[in-house]
Design a protein around this ligand. Structure first.
Ligand code: APR
Length: 236
């Protein structure tokens, strides 16, 4: 059915979460055993409060995450989404992920709602640097400000331009496919609802059930995204 929906749709938006990158080796946040937030309290580390008042631990936590996106790479599922964009089957990706794997796998139209680990920027003047600086232990900008990963921290607003683009893409969608998200964080989890309210068909592909499954036209649980996308790719 998902293959048919993909072929019939005029404008398909794919919305991804951390479950899109677990098969690349990056842990997600809320899976029962392996989720990052099961070991770490996000508000203690991935927050503006941690940046300002718990800087040592903040640096350690992000140093590991920045290193991980260099150690791992996109998997076949990311590559297939890039191929489907070229084939006109996927028109936009809205991602909560900060690993940059969609772009690395060839997807062009990617909106990053929660920023990116690919760069760091000065918390005072905003100057951007490649994340290698942070990995190599450069934590200060020429202006003296603190360099921090360009991700949205808990307690910060989402980038306005990302929200605006996500709104525009969601409004155009007649097919909206969620891949690998528990849909437990707002305002990101508003987009699948918005798509449905706009009359799009909503598909949720997630290992575990989500609170939005009853809203979806199609729910696929207990399937690994990489395997499922490979299977669909043979049918489209
Ligand atoms: N195939 C299918 N589903 C998977 C796979 C897989 N290979 N691996 C994990 N999942 C599912 C899990 O069952 C889980 O429900 O992906 C979902 C990931 O959910 P979360 O860990 O909550 O990640 P996400 O929804 O992206 O979190 C949103 O929370 O902490 C913030 O900013 C962070 O962007 C993140 C946001």
């Amino acid at each position: 059915m998902l293959a048919r929906l993909l072929k019939e749709a005029k404008y398909t938006v794919v919305f991804t979460g951390a479950g899109m990158s677990t098969e690349s080796g990056l842990p997600d946040f809320r899976s029962a055993r392996t989720g990052l937030w099961n070991k770490v309290d996000p508000t203690r580390l991935a927050s503006i409060d941690a940046l300002e008042n718990n800087r040592e631990e903040f640096i350690q936590f992000y140093h590991k995450r920045l290193q991980a996106i260099h150690d791992y790479k996109p998997h076949a599922g990311h590559e297939i989404l890039g191929k489907w964009e070229k084939a006109g089957l996927v028109h936009a990706i809205i991602t909560q992920n900060v690993d940059g794997f969609h772009q690395q796998a060839g997807s062009k139209n990617v909106t990053e709602l929660h920023g990116t680990l690919r760069t760091v920027h000065c918390h005072t003047c905003g100057t951007r640097y490649l994340n290698q600086e942070f990995i190599d232990g450069t934590f200060h900008c020429e202006c003296g400000g603190f360099l921090r990963p360009s991700v949205v921290l808990f307690g910060e607003m989402l980038p306005y331009d990302a929200i605006e683009t996500a709104e525009t893409e969601t409004a155009k969608a007649d097919l909206f496919i969620v891949l690998g998200s528990s849909l437990s964080v707002s305002p990101a989890n508003y987009f699948p609802v918005e798509a449905k309210q706009n009359g799009a068909k909503l598909v949720i592909v997630n290992m575990e059930a989500t609170d939005y499954d009853d809203l979806a036209d199609l729910v696929i649980n207990e399937r690994k995204i990489g395997d499922l996308l490979k299977e669909i790719d043979e049918k489209v």
